[in-house]
Design a protein around this ligand. Sequence first.
Ligand SMILES: C[S@@+](CC[C@H](N)C(=O)[O-])C[C@H]1O[C@@H](n2cnc3c(N)ncnc32)[C@H](O)[C@@H]1O
Length: 268
Amino acid sequence: MEPENLNCRPIGFVSTTVAAKFDAGHQPDPDAEETNRVTLLPEPGYELALQDLAGFDRIWLVWWFHLNSTWRPRVMPPRGPAVRRGTFATRSPHRPNPIGLTCVRLIGIKGRVLTVGPLDLMDGTPILDIKPYLPTVDSFPESAAGWVDEVERQLAEAVPYGIEVFEPALQQLSWLREEFGIDFTERAFAVLRNDPSPHRTRRILRMQDGRLRMACGAWRLYYEVEDRTVRILSVGKGYSDERLAAEYAADITHGDAQRAFAVRWPEI
Ligand SMILES: C[S@@+](CC[C@H](N)C(=O)[O-])C[C@H]1O[C@@H](n2cnc3c(N)ncnc32)[C@H](O)[C@@H]1O
């Protein structure tokens, strides 16, 4: 008989500095100098189950996209042209069973806590399982990668867009950095250099006045494109004044910065 529901439960949780989806990589950035933690629950046997894992350079984390509640049969991947692909041909978070799979560098193990390298998981993500990465079994570098090969080829050939930042964006971005330590420009500009055109998954839309707007987590970047140059015009906040004023808004991402921004730039 086929079971209708299969039960599983978290064995632990991830701690990272990534609180907004926008700030998480689409896959781990191998060059990032970040360290993260996976803490297993204090269940009998979990510490013993980590025995002998220390000799492995890399491990697989099997995890749950706990912030997603829906799935779609076709999705628009964030890189490349605005084309929808079958969900099972992508690594999209929107899947019938929202299970993520990430290969990470294992840095150390102490008790029930694993220190690991760069991740694409958000803070608090539930971990379902850990397995050692076996290069002899898990690595096939010569394998064809379908539409992804094609996108990689196009991106490698494309001339990147230049970025120019104008006032008031210049002042707003340095204010956010200095007052709140917020800086989303590295990720945002990397996306815009590749392709600043409207795209649902990249959360870029054209506004009625012709400007383009990209959502960067809790913030918005307004820009226009001239030839191969992206002209960054201004920054906006992602939440309305009403939403920021509501009592239940205490846990809004960058809520304090958004409120202060509304006072400093009330017209945006
Ligand atoms: C494209 S998925 C790839 C995940 C995994 N490496 C895989 O291939 O299954 C990575 C993205 O998932 C999103 N994400 C990370 N943690 C999440 C969570 N707990 N719930 C929902 N989305 C999450 C972030 O936007 C991140 O950029």
